[in-house]
Design a protein around this ligand. Structure first.
Ligand SMILES: Nc1nc2c(c(=O)[nH]1)N[C@H]1C(S)=C(S)[C@@H](COP(=O)(O)O)O[C@H]1N2
Ligand SMILES: [Mo]
Length: 418
């Protein structure tokens, strides 16, 4: 802030420089000058009325490059993902237009006035609920992340890829979700004691279906109708999705239409052929629902160059855990030899993004930046080596290892494995 700006702000606060109310804090004190002089001082935008109102706001045109990158499957229409540009965002809430997407068969067009959710199977009374009916139940709100079980899976490759942080790790987003606690509806139907699982089925072209334990549905599930205060976006499940905070993306069924209570899981495609991990023992991990603690330095990160040498940089990023709150994030600038605890920005919420930051004085030396999350259960994010020792190298899902950003003497940043 310039001296003059500070001065006029002080005057403004003291109520002595009324002209600054109209002309802005940045105007120098010689405010009563002629129009020509004013025109020389004032920015263009102050010399004419601004644009009109709009019915639905859009980001500034200067932000048009901040987008979700799309990886579409050329063989299956509507199948693919779009990635949240994590390295371009600040704070912890993902704007709705940038929430990542994973669709198995595209985004269905569902009219909320005809859509219904049916709860049947091992219940005393099968019931259907219209969207209007759901809106009349008590609502609950939860800020949490949703992460695809396949997020960061490029980490399993033998050499590190150099795509932007969000293009590798951005199948995770964090939003405020509002809807009906599923427990209310389950209780209304009357859950029979034999019911241990429910098969959740969607109304999309994929008729996506997965099995979820009743215990989670009863205690934590929300039928989400709102996302960051507005109705869900079509691509995130409009008009209603199943929200299971902290659990991997696939069970957060979008466009939900049916919950059938059963004794045993149905062993559907997306819980057998997909989202399982073949371990070195030859056995596969299955139903590994909670997403393990993870963190990522979003800035500075791969592809960026540090502009000043030497310079002070804010090392910042995101940490999250499907098992609770983040308790600590350590940051290293020497590839994990030494660690310093980063500052966690409030609020630190259960199963939600937590932003960490740490000022870093770079002296132009070679450095390897890493972050390491610990959650409230005491679980600590593993090194890549530890993760591979535990899981082997047949895995495709559930990669949560520490990420290494190498900074060379020119300040260029690339992704490396240690
Ligand atoms: N009906 C339906 N639900 C779905 C999917 C889908 O393709 N169809 N994809 C699942 C997967 S694999 C993930 S990771 C999340 C993605 O949620 P999002 O697109 O809102 O980010 O939705 C899950 N729910
Ligand atoms: Mo997913």
């Amino acid at each position: 802030m310039s001296k003059q700006r500070l001065k006029s702000r002080r005057q403004f606060l003291q109520g002595t420089a009324l002209s600054s109310v109209f002309l802005g804090f940045s105007l120098p004190v010689k405010a009563q000058s002629s129009l020509t002089e004013l025109q020389q001082i004032l920015p263009e935008s102050m010399l004419k009325p601004g644009a009109n109102f709009s019915n639905y706001g859009q980001p500034s045109i200067y932000e048009k490059d901040i987008i979700r990158w799309i990886s579409a499957n050329p063989n299956v229409p509507g199948n693919g993902v779009s990635w949240t540009p994590l390295e371009e965002l600040q704070g912890t809430i993902t704007p709705n237009g940038l929430h990542y997407e994973r669709h198995h068969n595209g985004v269905p067009d569902i009219n909320p006035s005809t859509h219904e959710i049916m709860i049947d199977g091992l219940v005393d009374t099968p019931l259907t609920f219209s969207i209007d009916a759901l809106k009349r139940y008590p609502q609950t709100t939860k800020i949490c992340f949703i992460e695809c079980g396949g997020n960061s899976n490029a980490g399993w490759r033998s050499s590190p890829i150099q795509s932007a942080a969000g293009y590798v790790h951005g199948l995770v987003s964090n939003a405020e979700w509002t809807g009906v606690p599923l427990k209310l509806l389950l209780n209304e139907c009357g859950v029979q004691p034999r019911a241990k699982w429910a098969i959740a089925e969607a109304a999309d072209g994929a008729a996506l279906n997965v099995s979820v334990p009743i215990e989670k549905l009863m205690n934590y599930a929300i039928l989400a109708l709102y996302q960051n205060g507005e109705r869900l976006r079509p691509e995130n499940g409009y008009p209603v999705r199943l929200l299971l905070p902290g659990w991997e993306g696939i069970v957060n069924v979008k466009w939900l239409r049916q919950l059938t209570l059963v004794e045993e899981p149905a062993m559907t495609r997306d819980e057998t052929a997909q989202y399982t991990d073949l371990l070195p023992s030859g056995k596969a991990r299955q139903f590994s629902f909670p997403m393990q603690a993870k963190s990522l330095i979003t800035s500075p990160s791969v592809g960026m160059t540090l502009p000043d040498n030497p310079g002070i940089y804010q090392v910042t990023g995101l940490a999250w855990s499907g098992n609770g709150k983040i308790s600590k994030v350590d940051v290293s600038a020497d590839g994990g030899k030494t660690w310093v605890e980063a500052e966690l920005q409030a609020p630190i919420l259960d199963k939600a993004f937590t932003r960490f930051s740490l000022p870093w004085q770079w002296q132009g030396q070679y450095a390897v930046l890493q972050s390491r999350a610990t959650d409230e259960t005491g679980y600590q994010q593993p090194t890549r080596e530890a993760l591979i020792t535990e899981r082997g190298d047949n895995s495709f899902f559930h990669y949560n290892a520490i990420v290494s950003w190498e900074v060379n003497e020119d300040g260029q940043i690339s992704h490396i494995y240690l």
